[in-house]
Design a protein around this ligand. Sequence first.
Ligand SMILES: [Zn+2]
Length: 657
Amino acid sequence: MEKRLSSDRRYLLERVDDAAVVQLYADGFASLPLREKVLTWHLYLAALAGRDIYYDQRHARALDMRAVLEAIVTHPEGIDGTVLQEVRRYTKLFWINSGPYNNVTARKFVLRVTREDLIEAASVAAGNGARLSLGENDSVERLIDRLAPMFLDPSVDPTVTSKTPGPGRDILKASSNNFYSGVSASQLENYVERYGLNSRLTTDNGRLVEEVYRIGGRYDREIRRIVGHLRDALPFAEPSMGEALRALIRFYETGEDADRVAYDIAWVSDQESQVDTINGFVEVYMDPRGVKGAWEGIVSYVNQAKTRDIQALAANAQWFEDRMPWDQRFRKPDVAGVTARAIEVVVETGDSGPLTAVGINLPNDQAIREKYGSKSVSLTNVSDAYERSTPEAMRVEFSWSREEAERAKKWGGFAQELTTAMHEVIGHGSGRMAPGVTEPPHRLLGEQYSSIEEARADLVALYFLPDAKLVELGIVPGDQRDEIVSTEYEYYVRNALVQLRRVREGTQIEEDHMRNRQMIVNWLRAHTSAVEVRRRDGNTYYVMVDADAFRDGAGRLLAEVQRIKGEGDVAAARSLFETYGVHFDPALRDEIVARVDRLQLPSYTGFVMPRLDARRDSAGVIVDVEISYPCDLETQMLEYSAFARRDDVLEPPSAAR
Ligand SMILES: [Zn+2]
């Protein structure tokens, strides 16, 4: 159905250290009706308009740092070649990770030049006409001195999010993100924010103050521009989407939680629109308390063909719920409105790009999920680009047998896409809290919540993957079921080993999805006969040897993980992750790193997004929206930053249309 031009297409664009840069394609966009294209255009501008909010949330100095870097790389004439090359390397990593912290390890990476080199480079760039943001009586030297500790010293603000900083250390003091300023977790023990999701907490004479993200509050400028583009989108939106957009605008205006709730409900109730957007303060992974929302912007449209498959899953959500391997009291009697779609992403910014998830399930508000359901999406063009840019060596190196590597090649893409869909559609949407438990689970479980919830969703998918129901629904071909199950289980087990490459420093895992996957595999190793650790030629392999034992173990672990969530048993959660999910053997990690480095395999991927352009007639009316693919990270990142600096809103005044 889609145009596939894979032969002459570039997916892998470049490597920067252990990051891959890959172009994302959105083939269905060109055939959308004009109204939906124009809608997408305005939402796309709204997504670009908020990007800098996320940089600022990652670190208070991130935008100043980016301005210096971009001044240098755009005005390089006369800068020492070695210094410039290092600045370019660092800047690319900075763009990919939206700031100075590695998104996977949460640790800071540094620029390997001296203070003097940096002052010299910035001065030359300024001489070449670059505009540095200098205050009164300021100098390039003073500017660099303010930023140098962040650029150059690995011990200054070393971690963006530290959920387990070690005994006696405060999770907020140990985390260098900008959700809090001068606030410790102990100060917040009996404090409930009025604007939990959308404020920065600071203190004024020892009194806690919430700086609310809203028009007239923190990020006023960015939010005003977002709202301007959302208003421009309104005339092109379906009625149900229009309602959601109006609710979102209202939330951006007031910042009040009641308006956030109204927006979440309106957004989840919009089931008709082919084009959709997520624009706001959404995921709470970056906050060690799991309360503050990182800003993200996503614009997408539905992939009809792939959506048919996963809607079959959603339509049978109750069937799966009734057979969950957990205690009766955690079963939902009526699974509400779990909708599932395969989407193609047009743009992702902030917390959702250039690094992106492959599946999303929102809203996060548990009360709304229980009452109104949730929307689940698989990002099919992202999965596709991942698959097409993955080097063959990645599968071969960590597979015990040639059969395993061949299965991975043949069924890997299919099995992972299906498991992701199940994770989102019947995983996150499932289960309920124990009777009498009224506190939301993220409050009860604190910093353990995200990992528990991700583990729960993964285990639901792994547990049901072999089920005959999937064959009956026409999702899995019956004669290939065992192969597909083996492929996924083998991949899952292998991944616990392979993912260690992403944690090049330290001996513990911070990222929630990684913790959950490490925990599941290590738990299966300890409690079942599904996984064997083997060695050959000095290399370690995790080998899945018994799919039945794997499924049985996944079911038992799932029952316990659901109990932990449903009762809010934080002690059990902590113990589960401390035992199986957080710590790893650094010698094993070193082996894995050496193997991937020898093969030059990437640890993570940043995506270059498609680019949209509006074509107008002489009266200024948009007559088409064209999509193109820049195939260059630097071009796109500089374009996005330039867009943020504009004082105007890109669009002519609404009256012109
Ligand atoms: Zn998830």
